[in-house]
Every structure is written in structure tokens, then in C-alpha cells.
Design a protein around this ligand. Sequence first.
Ligand code: PEP
Ligand code: MN
Length: 339
Amino acid sequence: MIIQLQPDISDSQKDKLILEVNGVGYKTTEVKTQLGSYLIGIGKKEFDIRKIGNMDGIIDIHIVSDEYKLVSKKWKAKPTSVDLGDGIFIKEGEMAVITGPCSIETEEQIRAVVAHCVENDIKMMRGGVFKPRSSPYAFRGLGLEGLKLWHKIASEAGIKIVTEVMQTSQIEEMYPYVDVYQVGARNSQNFNLLDELGKVDKAVMIKRGISGTIEELLQSAEYVFSGGNEKLILCERGIRTYERASRNTLDLNAIPILKAKSHLPVIVDPSHGIGIRAYVPQMALAGVMSGADGIIYESHEVPEKAYSDGQQTLDFAQSARLAGWIRESFAMRKGFDLL
Ligand code: PEP
Ligand code: MN
């Protein structure tokens, strides 16, 4: 169960409530986020909901049978809107377009991508400064100095930054320079990292694990929410299957399922999802049609020269066309909703 607490609930009212919830056989955990206070009850026994629902100091009580609680749609019908400031949101009803290179490489490259975003009215730029690489000898990113430089250039142009955080020690140093912390597929179940991101008042985008289930992705988001941070975005980026013809298998089934199970916005990463440049646009548009609230894809001025993931990266001309198609497809999808 989820009990939404009134902001001014007194200690004695809370003690009474906890006693009552424990009394019906439920263990309690208190959660305080930027937006509210909650008491989570974990248990299986049937009880008379009115017994608790009528107590002082609560806003509402909800029975949530899912394993995850706070990210479930069962208690919060209104979709979560993640506000990045300056009128930029990631939320249901809008289509977020996020593009940029796999890795942040040089000042010249940052300037080129920022200019590309500005020209195409793209408000959010992706890029890695701390890169998780399968080989320790591959380019591992420019680090914090690269992020600072990127932030300076992007913020002057009004562009928001989406970038991966790989470990807990990076959270604080990155904080002034990021708009969305990305949790990569390899860290999707790094529970220490998720716990710490729960303490931060900044958006977090969690990618699905390489062999993670939909339920596991939702549980990862539950870690961050229950840690105190409601500013969450889910990302489908493909999973590992027996198929070797594509880099990953983009699981578009996950989009309507996640949207039905959770109130969080869901975005699709077709670049890592299929891993083949020529097929990124069609998978991006399939993502739009499957109900996504945003698309994140890789672009670079000269993809062949990219330090990482060039094979799945669009050039600027391709990216400009795709951004337009994403918006057109989204307009078409909204039309279906009206039918
Ligand atoms: C990336 O976004 O460049 C990246 C490393 O993604 P993932 O964690 O999905 O592999
Ligand atoms: Mn990449």
C-alpha cells in the first residue's frame, strides 16, 4: 500500500498511523521526495482500508499489488512530467528529441553538435564524458573537464545536457553541469548508484539493463523514487537476445507495457537498440508509434570519425531529417488517439 501523507502530519499522528499499519500485518518504510511524503506498507494480508483511510494526517491511501509501488500507475493516474527548466519537459503529451554523439570528444565537436541542435530546434543534447566501454583500451571519455566545457557551450545556447554517471563519487561533481543523469544499461541494477541518485534533486534517466526485464527496470526506478527523487525517466535501449544480426534487440513491446504499468515518461534509444546507422530512423519512428514520450539517438558531424559507436551514428543531415520525421510521426500518433 501507499499512504500519501499530509505535509504537516504531526509526529504523534505518524506514530499512530505506523502502529495501525504494522497492526494489520504490514511493514512500513517512510519516503520523502521533492514532491511529497509517503508511507509504504509491504504485506499481503487483507484488511479494511477504511480503518487506515480515515486516520488523521493522510491525504489518501492506495492498494498497489505490484512489486514496485511508487512508480506504479495504480496509485498515480496523472503521468509524471519531468521539468528541466526553461519550458523544457520530458512528459506524456510531448515528444522529446535528444541527440548528440556517443562520446564528447573535443571543443570543436561540442560546438558543431550544439549548433546542429539549435538549427533544428532540438533542446536536449546527449553525450558521454564517462564512457562504459567493453574494452579497457577503448576511449573512456573526457571526464569532468569535458563536461564543464560542454555545459558552458550548451547552456549559452539553451540546450540541456543528458549524460551518463557511472559511479556514486561522480554524482556531486557532475551536479552543477548536468540536466539529466543517465544511468547506463550496465549500471541499471547498480543499487548503490540508484540509492545515491535518490538523494539528488535532478532528473535521472534509467536505461534498461542489457538482459533486464521490464519489471527489473521498474524496480530500478523504484530505488531512486524511494530514495527521494521523483524526477525519473525510463529508457528502452534494446536487450541482449540470441539474435546476432543486430547489436541488440530493441524491445518495442516494452513501450506500451511500461506506459500501462507506470506513470513515468518512457523514451526509446534506437541507436543502441539496433546498432546499425541505416536502420536507426525506422526504429526511431517505430518507437514514436509505439507510444514513447521521446527519442534519444546518436549523431555526429562525421560519424566515421566518431571515437565510439560511429556505426550507429547519424550525420547532421540525417539527424535533421529524422528530427522532423519524429515530430511529424508524433503529430500523426496524436491523431490516432483522437479516433
Ligand atoms: C550510451 O548512451 O552511449 C550508452 C553507453 O548506452 P547504454 O548504456 O544503453 O549501452
Ligand atoms: Mn553509444
